[in-house]
Ligand binder design. Structure first.
Ligand code: UD1
Length: 416
């Protein structure tokens, strides 16, 4: 069994380079299937991308990876049902629904996998496909989505879902006529996908607004994409820097994408200097407590709610975190309590009292960002923390051990 061992309390100093955004890359790869050849650069080296490579190979598309560059060639691919095993490999497998429906007017797959942080329904995706003219047959966990033709429609999302927005884009770019997505998600990863689709010849307007208009085109040509920096990876290391940094530089970021985090840690009294594409963080004593509520972009991201919780334990006073996006996203809390944190869960809100000094313990990762939270906690804790089930974290943080070791952390993956 693999265990991540972290000897806490080390000062983090030097530079951490942020890679391409996981949540963009996992959408850009299925999007690439809509044309013959797409080149994507700044792709993170994470296991979610390996899973997509397996699925593309299964579908007969070519997936050539060279360092952080992927070339996807999909002429010759076959529209096969995506198996249960492949569908469950990651949440973003759901993007094959939109991509295959858009390309072949037919998609078959199972309910997607991903972190178990709540119910995570896909009703908004499916009802949008129906609006575009598809029929959706649901056999247990399996979905068969079929259309004679797809015709543009006016789609008003009940919730500004990232996944549904991207899936509708994928299904509608080749539809007949105009599709409008109202209450579309504003997350930067959506814009990254729009840029690729437009580079492939799609006609999408309204990027970075709540209303997207897609004028269907007959076919798409090849295109190129550069994955935007991962704002959640950046945020996670910034938080670690606030707890333990000494001139820690987090490089290759878009500060605007993490404005809500920067605002909150500034409110805490953190020492952070923001430049064009990097920040420099220093640990300071006497941090102030804050209240956080997760919201859709540009609000505080749910994906940073767990990683910031260990930081709140070091603030003097009572902080709260209210999670409004997912109903089961506090699974890191019992382990933080195990490490000495004073945290109470009350429905969708946690109350964190500090300051306390976290202690190294044996803990288990339940999902990707819960794991990130435990690593942030372990880096600051006194003594050694052993983190089990760390595969969840390695799904989303490229080169985590290498990056942290380079700035002075004592962290290693060991077989026990
Ligand atoms: C994406 C991100 C995830 C992030 C989330 C919110 C990927 C691969 N994952 O997930 O890291 O936490 O955005 O920023 O990009 N909902 C419905 N019906 C639907 C779809 C969503 O009720 O059909 C609800 C979900 O249950 C959840 C909320 O909407 O409560 C947000 O979901 P959504 O924005 O779709 O998240 P994902 O795209 O799955």
């Amino acid at each position: 069994m693999e265990v991540l061992k972290v000897h806490g309390g080390k000062t983090l100093s030097g530079t951490i380079e942020i890679g391409g955004a996981k949540n963009s890359a996992v959408a850009l790869v299925p999007a690439a299937l809509l044309s013959d050849r797409v080149k994507i650069t700044n792709v993170p080296d994470i296991s979610d991308i390996d899973a997509l490579e397996i699925i593309l190979n299964y579908l007969g598309a070519k997936f050539n990876k060279n360092d952080d560059e992927i070339i996807i060639e999909s002429n010759g691919m076959e529209n096969k049902p995506i198996t249960l095993e492949y569908s469950k490999m990651l949440r973003a497998s759901s993007y094959f629904m939109g991509a295959l429906l858009g390309k072949f007017k037919h998609a078959e797959m199972y309910f997607p996998g991903g972190c178990s942080i709540g119910e995570r329904p896909i009703d908004l995706h499916l009802s949008a496909f129906e609006k575009l003219g598809a029929t959706v047959i649901c056999e247990g966990d399996k979905y068969i989505i079929d259309a004679d033709k797809l015709v543009g429609a006016d789609i008003n999302l009940r919730f500004a879902s990232v996944g549904a927005t991207i899936n509708i884009l994928l299904a509608s770019v080749l539809a007949e006529g105009k599709t409008t997505i109202r209450n579309a998600a504003l997350e930067p990863e959506v814009g990254n996908v729009i840029d690729l689709l437009n580079d492939m010849g799609a006609k999408i307007t309204g990027k970075d607004t709540r209303t997207l208009e897609i004028e269907g085109v007959k076919e798409l040509k090849g295109g190129n994409s550069v994955v935007i920096p991962d704002r959640i990876e950046a945020g996670t290391y910034i938080i670690a820097g606030v707890m333990n940094g000494k001139n820690l530089k987090i490089n290759n970021i878009i500060p605007e994408h993490i404005a809500s985090l920067l605002e909150k840690i500034t409110e805490m009294g953190a020492d952070i200097k923001v430049y064009d594409n990097y920040v420099i963080v220093n640990k300071v004593p006497n941090l102030k407590p804050i209240d956080i509520t997760t919201e859709v972009y540009p609000g505080f991201p749910t994906d940073l709610q767990q990683p910031i919780t260990p930081l709140l334990t070091s603030a003097g006073g009572t902080s709260t975190v209210t999670e409004l996006i997912y109903e089961n996203r506090f699974q890191n809390v019992p382990y933080l309590v195990e490490m000495g944190a004073d945290i109470e869960i009350n429905d969708r809100t946690i109350t964190v009292k500090g300051p306390i000094k976290l202690q190294g313990k044996e803990v288990i990762t339940t999902d990707l960002r819960a794991g990130a939270a435990l690593i942030v906690a372990a880096l600051a804790a006194e003594g050694e923390t052993n983190i089990k089930e760390v595969k969840h974290v390695l799904r989303g943080y490229a080169g985590l051990i290498k990056k942290l070791t380079k700035v002075g952390a004592e962290i290693s993956l060991e077989d026990v």
